[in-house]
Every structure is written in C-alpha cells, then in structure tokens.
Ligand binder design. Structure first.
Ligand SMILES: NC(=O)c1ccc[n+]([C@@H]2O[C@H](COP(=O)([O-])OP(=O)(O)OC[C@H]3O[C@@H](n4cnc5c(N)ncnc54)[C@H](OP(=O)(O)O)[C@@H]3O)[C@@H](O)[C@H]2O)c1
Length: 321
C-alpha cells in the first residue's frame, strides 16, 4: 500500500528523511482491527518524528501520522484514537507510562490502511465529513483537554492562545468560542491575526503585546518564544496549560512570578478515548468544525510537510490516501 514514512531521522533537515512509497499492509493481530483510511491529517508530531523526537532509529522505516478517519472491517465509519495504551492499563490512557502514539511504535495513519486496537475506535458522527473527523484525534483532542479538563475554563472566562495559525491553536479558538469563552490570540503574522478574528477570536495581538487586561488562563504550544509573555499575561491565581514547545522547551522559569501570583503551570497531553467521543459529539451537535487549510492526495503529502515546517499553516492539512 502507498504510505508516507520516515526512512531515516534527521534533526536538522527533517524533510530529507520523509519518503513516499510502498509499505506492507498491516498484519492481523489479536484484539486489533484494520481501518481503511479515508482521510488522515498532519500534525507537528510528524515533523518531530522525522527529527528523531519520540521515534527511535530501530523502529525505522516507520509510517507517519497519528490521525485518521475511515471505515472499519464491519463497514462502520470510525475515528481512530491515536493513544495506544498497554492492554492491561485501566483508566486514563494518557497517564499510562507505557503508552505511545500511532507512528511511534506502531505504523501510523498516512497510509491506505492502519491497524489499531479495536478499543481505539470511536464512531464517526454522520454530520462530520471524513476530512473533518480526521482532524479530531490529535490537535482537536489536545485543545479540548487543555481547555476543559486541565484548565477547567468556564463560560465568560478570558483565555489567551499563543500562536494563532497552528492545528492546536485554531482548535482552541473554535472550541473556546463555542463554549462562550472570550478568546484572545497572538500571532507573528498580520494576516493570521486578521484570519483568527474571522474564526471567532475576540482579539488578536502581536507576540508579547500588552493585553487589555490579564487573563484567567493561557494555552501554550509555542514554548520558549512566548513563555515569558504567557506568565506575564495571567491574573493572580491564573492557569498556564502547556502541551507543546515548538520554538524550544527551555524557557526561563520566572519562578518568583509563579509563586508570588500563585500561578498554576499545568501540563497536558492528547486526551482519552472518552474525551475524543465527547468531542466528536460536541462538533456534530453544536456545528463546530475543524478549519481545513488544504486537503492533499497522499502522493503529494510532502508539500503539506513543507508548509508545516515553514510555519505557513492556518488550520489543518488533511491527507487523502
Ligand atoms: N502534548 C501533546 O499531546 C501535543 C498534541 C498536539 C500538539 N503538540 C505540540 O504542540 C505544538 C503545536 O502543534 P501543532 O500541530 O498545532 O503545530 P503547528 O500546526 O505546526 O503550529 C505551530 C504554531 O506555533 C507557532 N510558532 C511556531 N514557531 C514559533 C516561534 N518561533 N515563535 C512563535 N510562534 C511560533 C505558530 O504560530 P504563528 O505562526 O501564528 O505565530 C503556529 O501557530 C507542537 O510542538 C506539537 O508537537 C503536543
């Protein structure tokens, strides 16, 4: 089958490690099932994998991709939950120390077929297209857990989202605004600042800008470049939720601000299968839809990776096998 895979690892030139070509079909496994992928979507995770972050050299070649929506062996339309926990693990899968994401230990979704534990399938709501559903399992699920589970934001609260254009950031704007949360966003790009207002944000600012007032919570995926601003933007007692560090993971800690203002710094990673099912229902019933920048045939996946690496995204890149 055709697949996009990491043939090598290259920390400095990740695209040189990406190949498109034939890979074997998934092997049948006890309590696993094979999904025919109708749409997949790219995440920054795929770039990290090509750089060798989270993907070990002995697992190469590895089919990339965490997200898919497709049709299972019974002919049912499904969304794939990307967190593969240990078969004996009970409870929140994101807390299993032995968990992995599809494409870290098991072949990923940028292929015609993907094998997953049967338990990882969630029904695809008929209201969502395969392309929309394929955006949910990583970026949208991460955004959902950051906002509602980890920050516990309430309607009427004000949230700052750093870095407007990314998959997680556009999901945060869509979800926060649907939940009645006032959402402010920063972006390096004037064009993205204008577009995020059309998406439902209530304010868009340059990185580091002084805000009209301090916020209840900040959603961080940018990391080093925006961390200081995130801490300065919070009200006393506010919460900074961090799930990524695209620009670097070693920012100055500013501990005095954290303890004097009693700030909470909270980590967040992916989400559970149950949260994914709830998110899919929310999207179906409340009309919230992932913003898709572009849908590309699998054979042209490289150009999607190039856009992501260049920071040119506004929304999600969907890949059609
Ligand atoms: N922990 C988890 O479970 C989890 C899940 C999903 C994602 N993540 C991580 O979260 C991050 C974002 O993921 P994504 O898929 O949304 O990535 P993405 O689509 O590539 O988004 C990158 C965003 O970061 C901003 N950005 C990048 N470099 C920047 C810099 N030097 N300075 C300021 N802003 C910068 C861009 O904002 P502007 O261009 O608008 O300024 C853009 O919005 C990645 O690091 C990813 O690995 C983690």
């Amino acid at each position: 089958m055709l697949a996009a895979y990491a043939a090598r690892l290259d920390a400095d030139d990740p695209l040189s490690a990406l190949e498109l070509g034939e890979r074997p079909d998934p092997e049948p496994r006890e309590s696993w099932t094979t999904v025919t992928v109708r749409a997949a979507s790219l995440n920054h995770h795929d770039v990290w994998s090509l750089r060798g972050v989270g993907l070990a050299a002995e697992r190469l070649p590895m089919i990339l991709g965490c997200d898919a929506a497709g049709v299972d062996e019974n002919g049912d339309e499904v969304v794939v939950h990307a967190v593969i926990s240990d078969p004996d693990w009970l409870g929140d899968e994101t807390l299993d120390p032995r968990r992995s994401l599809l494409s870290e230990r098991h072949p990923g979704t940028l292929a015609e077929k993907v094998a997953v534990p049967r338990h990882n399938l969630v029904p695809k709501p008929a209201e969502l297209s395969f392309e929309e559903a394929a955006c949910l399992p990583t970026a949208w699920l991460t955004a959902d857990r950051m906002l509602f589970t980890r920050a516990g934001v309430a309607p009427g609260a004000t949230v700052l989202v750093q870095g407007a254009g990314g998959g997680v950031a556009t999901a945060l704007v869509g979800l926060a605004s649907a939940a009645g949360v006032r959402v402010w966003v920063t972006s390096r790009s004037e064009e993205k600042r204008a577009r995020v207002l059309e998406l439902g944000a209530d304010g868009a600012f340059e990185p580091g800008a002084r805000l009209p007032e301090r916020v209840d919570a900040v959603m961080e995926t940018v990391g080093k470049a925006t961390w200081g601003h995130s801490l300065r933007a919070l009200k006393p007692g506010g919460t900074l939720v961090v799930s990524g560090a695209t620009s670097g993971a070693d920012p100055p800690a500013d501990l005095a601000r954290v303890f004097f203002l009693q700030l909470s710094v909270v980590g967040s990673t992916m989400g559970t299968r149950d949260e994914l099912q709830r998110l899919a229902r929310l999207c179906a019933e409340k009309g919230v839809r992932p913003l898709i920048q572009q849908a590309l045939p699998l054979a042209q996946a490289r150009s999607g990776f190039e856009a992501m690496l260049a920071g040119e995204l506004f929304g999600k890149i969907v890949i059609i096998p």
